[in-house]
Write a protein that binds this ligand. Structure first.
Ligand code: NAD
Ligand code: DAU
Length: 336
């Protein structure tokens, strides 16, 4: 199989590229990524010389280049991770989210259709379903009801994917996963921000009352689920991915404080995120029963391994935190 992975230099994409390069030595894996602030080839240093791996720098919105690469590498399957992924950034600059997450997806779909790609997999998010109350779960039948510019742009991309299936008969799947954690997670997101700030003795900023709930899944378990969808997903189907691991943000931050043995006084409650979704929780019954997926990690082991990864890879995140990200951090949190 010749696989075109877009956004493969980001957090989940790089974990997926590594997983596939190791799992399928006979496949050709082409990683196509614009290397925005979130893309980092350091994430892939250990596999960059593998004979079954190629990197191409480019924008998913560049139809001519995408078409050329797809033809040149005789691509069979496209897996689209490329996106603007951070909710806070979507609140301050929504336009780039629409360009990449919606219009970029449409470009990929056109190239897929014109080149008679055998399968197109869209990596989406549980955030397209909106927010839950205290009970209940997102199923694949839950109506799409996004609340942030990020989730609205992802929902728009998903609807375009569905439309290309219904209208042109393109073989598509959409996956909607809950919050991921693990190695190479960009330190603007909750878990890596709190872990790295705690290691540096900096404040740990919790939005609002900290009682918002997210459903956490180890990134490798997300990768194994996508592998199953690539190989066994039924045409046109949506698959929700999650491991039934709901935690409040307060619980997450207190756990990190405890594991790193730092003072609770570092915790600071700050102004809430605008339109902050209260609770996400995935019902993964469909992918578990129909495709036989099962997560490998428990949160208890996954979070300890992840904290250790950040302790062992300080150069990786210190390079990020001292670069352009520093300006974003100072503006977002009003500190340095
Ligand atoms: P990320 O921000 O870490 O990585 C995104 C990658 O896409 C980067 O490498 C970036 O350079 C690249 N990119 C951005 N715009 C591009 C463009 N126009 N053309 C080509 N490449 C471009 O994101 P992530 O957390 O790894 O998320 C990957 C995907 O998974 C996204 O589609 C996101 O919506 C989805 N998702 C993320 C989570 C999560 O918890 N992080 C959960 C569910 C779904
Ligand atoms: O649910 C899947 C989604 O998970 C993905 O689609 C997104 O790409 C990904 O970024 C993530 O979105 P969240 O908004 O849930 O993740 P984030 O890490 O930004 O925030 C997690 C929770 O922590 C959320 O309730 C906001 C809160 N938070 C976040 C930051 C960065 C804080 O309290 N303080 C912070 O400094």
């Amino acid at each position: 199989m010749n696989l075109f992975v877009t956004g493969g230099a980001g957090f989940i994409g790089s974990n997926f590229v590594r997983y596939m390069v190791k799992q399928y030595p006979n496949y050709k894996i082409v990683n196509y990524d614009l290397l925005t602030y979130a893309g980092n080839l350091e994430n892939l240093r250990d596999i960059e010389n593998s004979p079954n791996y190629t990197f191409v720098k480019g924008n998913i919105g560049n139809q001519e280049l995408v078409d050329f690469i797809v033809k040149e590498h005789k691509i069979d399957v496209i897996v689209n991770f490329a996106a603007e992924s951070h909710v806070d950034r979507s609140i301050s600059e929504p336009d780039v989210f629409v360009k990449t997450n919606m219009l970029g997806t449409q470009v990929l779909l056109d190239v897929a259709r014109e080149n008679k790609i055998t399968k197109y997999v869209q990596i989406s998010t549980d955030e397209v379903y909106g927010s839950l109350g205290e009970t209940g779960y997102f199923t694949e039948e839950t109506p799409i009801s996004p609340n942030s510019p990020y989730s609205a742009s992802k929902a728009a991309g998903d609807l375009m994917v569905k439309a290309y299936h219904e209208t042109y008969g393109l073989n598509v799947n959409i996956t909607r996963c809950s919050n991921n954690y693990g190695p190479y997670h960009f330190p603007e997101k909750l878990i890596p921000l709190m872990v790295t700030n705690a290691i540096e003795g900096k404040e740990l900023p919790i939005y609002g009352d900290g009682k918002n709930i997210r459903d956490w899944l180890h990134v490798e378990d997300h990768c194994s689920a996508i592998d199953l969808v690539v190989h066994k997903g039924e045409p046109g189907e949506v698959y929700n991915i999650g491991g039934h691991n709901e935690r409040t943000n307060n619980e997450i931050v207190h756990l990190i404080v405890e594991k790193l043995g730092v003072s609770k006084d570092l915790i600071k409650y700050v102004e809430d995120r605008l339109g902050h979704d209260r609770r996400y929780a995935i019902d993964p019954t469909k992918i578990m029963t129909q495709l036989g997926w099962k997560p490998k990690y428990t949160f208890d082991t996954g979070i300890v391994e992840t904290i250790q990864w950040y302790l062992d890879n300080k150069t990786w995140w210190k390079n990020i935190k001292s670069g352009d990200y520093k300006h974003y951090y100072e503006e977002q949190y009003g500190v340095n």
